[in-house]
Ligand binder design. Structure first.
Ligand SMILES: *[C@@H]1O[C@H](CO)[C@@H](O)[C@H](O)[C@H]1NC(C)=O
Ligand SMILES: *[C@@H]1O[C@H](CO)[C@@H](O)[C@H](O)[C@H]1NC(C)=O
Ligand SMILES: CC(=O)N[C@H]1CO[C@H](CO)[C@@H](O)[C@@H]1O
Length: 512
């Protein structure tokens, strides 16, 4: 054996020992701190089968149940210790009171990553996130929503017209709600974000629709990307992987740029879409810089990257999650004719004598419809696993445990909203849980479909308005019913990180 071979063997042994020590440190992380936890091997086996056999909600359900009786507990994601928060009060603390300790949703991004990845609102971190969020908030004000309501009504009317055609012969038809709602949200988001008409409902399979769908589909490639990112934010790029395919990214970048360039000043003033609002913010910023050239030359906030990123976020948050919520809602209505009838009567009453559409101001009178929407989001929280990164060490109240900086924190909201302790008979779809006298009984911190605190969903009111507008159109003109193809037990898509039916979802639709 030459000296070279010997040193090679020694190096290998050292490397193995170092890795083993590192893993050993991680494995014993929770035990050493006296925190209840799901043992490493259990977590690991679960995550290795999780990719295909169960979805992320069921994955966290196992942790949730294993930690029954504890306010919080440890588990492992790959080989890294993570913390699971179960207690409603502690959840509120993490989201609101201790917000500055759990500032970010993701670890700081790899700055050289792809534009979309880097600038999506949910991925912005630190101060930049605060500034952008603050400036975007007016986009979702009541005045803006009132204008958007017209756009939404137009899209819902297209849907109505489409169904009228399908029902024209026999007065009824069977629809794949999942597909139909996916088309509907595509039309809505195209109109609201970019001011373009996609005509997906009318059956146009536009390039926009194809590419946007592909871009925001959480496929195998993206699962691998996300897994590598857990190991190290830079790892995907080192291996040559981007979260977006370059051609998809180029396309979205292209249409955004094109949309910006095509807008002349005179046209701009009449535009009311999200892109226009972003452009206005950018010109305000430019103007301020010109007027005050001596000021600090900060990095511009509304760079083109941020603009494209904001549009990208808008598309990704406005498509699948909204389509899924609508799908679950219509499905439950088809199975519950009594609930459907109550909505129908409420809408009819609100419309009163006039057959006009319900005005924006009158929408808030539809309390029962809102209860149904709330119950849908309770049973099917599309973003049911909420994640935070610890940005400042945090001592958990009434315990000696300190959450260390960099630790990933998970709130298994899906399991909490289906915990019989908080919602008796959780599988039952029951809008009465949100009736005037019952809603007070809901334990704070157990119902948070849009998150809570400064990082809650910025577009919550728009999403709810979208759902409501569609429900009004649908229920006032059609009766939904289960047909032979309707599944009685819903299976969720195992490939996605958001909640979605696994396959087509058929229901019957009859003209009223
Ligand atoms: C629906 O839930 C929200 C919380 O997300 C609550 O503020 C609202 O009062 C609820 N409305 C009804 C009618 O249940
Ligand atoms: C019901 O359908 C008819 C025919 O398309 C339409 O005129 C009417 O506006 C619809 N009603 C509602 C509430 O959408
Ligand atoms: C638009 C843009 O800058 N895209 C970049 C995304 O990331 C890849 C690889 O890192 C670059 O090649 C692209 O130019």
């Amino acid at each position: 054996m030459g000296p070279f071979t010997i040193s090679l063997i020694l190096i290998s042994i050292t490397a193995v020992l170092l890795v083993w020590r590192y893993l050993q440190n991680n494995f014993t992380y929770w035990r050493k701190r006296g925190v209840p936890y799901v043992p490493f091997w259990e977590s690991f086996l679960l995550s290795s089968t999780a990719m295909k056999k169960i979805n992320i909600f069921e994955f966290f359900e196992v942790f949730y149940k294993a930690l029954d009786g504890h306010r919080f507990g440890g588990a492992f994601q790959l080989v890294y210790p993570i913390i699971i928060i179960r207690d409603p009060e502690l959840i509120k603390t993490v989201f609101i009171k201790a917000f500055s300790n759990f500032y970010d949703r993701n670890p700081p991004q790899d700055e050289k990553g792809d534009v979309f990845n880097r600038t999506q609102i949910f991925q912005l971190t630190g101060e930049k996130w605060r500034t952008v969020r603050h400036k975007l908030s007016p986009a979702f004000s009541s005045a803006k929503l009132k204008i958007m309501y017209q756009t939404l009504s137009g899209c819902a009317e297209d849907l109505n017209a489409h169904l009228q055609t399908l029902c024209s012969e026999t007065g009824q038809t069977e629809i794949d709600v999942k597909e139909l709602m996916s088309d509907y949200t595509m039309d809505v988001i195209g109109a609201i974000a970019l001011g373009i008409k996609c005509n997906s409902i009318k059956g146009e399979n536009s390039e926009f629709k194809q590419i946007v769908r592909a871009t925001f589909k959480f496929d195998q490639r993206r699962t691998i990307f996300a897994t590598l990112e857990v190991i190290h934010p830079k790892l995907p790029r080192l291996l040559g992987l981007t979260s977006q395919l370059p051609e998809e990214e180029e396309y979205l970048l292209g249409i955004t740029r094109e949309a910006i360039e095509m807008r002349t000043d005179s046209e701009s003033s009449s535009r009311r879409d999200f892109l226009q609002m972003l452009m206005n913010l950018r010109s305000q910023e430019l103007q301020q810089r010109n007027e005050n050239p001596s000021g600090e030359p900060d990095e511009p906030v509304f760079s083109e990257d941020i603009l494209v990123g904001a549009i990208g976020s808008f598309l990704s948050a406005g498509l699948e999650p909204v389509a899924a919520t609508l799908t679950f809602c219509l499905y439950e209505l088809a199975l519950h004719p009594d609930i459907q009838e109550k909505i129908y009567l409420e809408i009819k009453e609100t419309k009163g004598q006039t057959l006009n559409d319900i005005s924006y101001e009158d929408l808030k009178k539809l309390r029962y419809t809102e209860q149904v929407m709330n119950e849908t989001l309770r049973k099917y929280p599309v973003a049911g696993i909420m994640a935070r990164i610890c940005t400042e060490p945090f001592k958990i109240p009434d315990s000696d445990v300190v959450v260390e900086k960099g630790m990933r924190v998970f709130v298994p909201l899906f399991s909490i909203q289906r915990d019989p302790q908080y919602f008796p008979e959780p599988d039952r779809f029951d809008p009465e849980r949100f009736s005037e006298e019952n809603i007070q009984k809901i334990v704070p911190g157990t119902y948070l479909p849009f998150g809570d605190g400064p990082r809650s969903c910025i577009a919550m009111r728009l999403a709810l308005l979208d759902v409501k507008t569609m429900l009004i159109k649908m229920v006032s003109n059609y009766t939904l019913y289960p047909c032979a193809r309707t599944q009685r037990i819903l299976e969720f898509d195992k490939k996605l990180v958001s909640l979605n039916p696994a396959s087509s979802l058929w229901i019957g639709v009859r003209k009223r």
